[in-house]
Design a binder for this molecule. Structure first.
Ligand SMILES: [Zn+2]
Ligand SMILES: [Zn+2]
Length: 125
């Protein structure tokens, strides 16, 4: 999905904040300065760290806490860039926090997301 890359691109650290060295991608949205070793995260990296620390939370809460756009988080879930570790799935919708029996999104969110995607890509997904 191209548009995730587009949404992520502005948040990717290119140059180190402290020494202006080149930032090299390590993994999971983390980058390390090749000169001083300083580590920085892109938006997806911030969301991953947040989930690692806090467990699954509604997307609106994650967006609020990480200052990452809800759209990026939603698309990352759909695209599989964000995976919830099995032990952390609290049988709640990852978007609104409503209780669920299975899956990641409740029915309402599923419909809303499908409509959003349709608007973004101009087709059914
Ligand atoms: Zn540096
Ligand atoms: Zn929901």
């Amino acid at each position: 999905m191209e548009s995730i890359e587009k949404l992520l691109e502005p948040s990717r650290p290119k140059l180190c904040d402290s020494c202006l060295g080149r930032m090299i991608y390590i993994s999971d949205g983390a980058y390390r300065c090749e000169v001083c070793g300083r580590v920085a995260l892109d938006d997806l990296g911030k969301v991953k760290r947040y989930l690692d620390k806090n467990g699954v939370a509604p997307i609106s809460e994650i967006a609020e806490a990480t200052k990452v756009s809800q759209e990026l988080i939603e698309l990352s879930y759909i695209d599989g860039k964000l995976e919830i570790p099995a032990e952390k799935i609290a049988s709640k919708c990852v978007r609104c926090g409503k209780g669920l029996r299975s899956g990641r999104f409740c029915q309402d969110c599923r419909i809303e997301l499908a409509n959003k995607l349709k608007a973004l890509y101009g087709k059914d997904v």
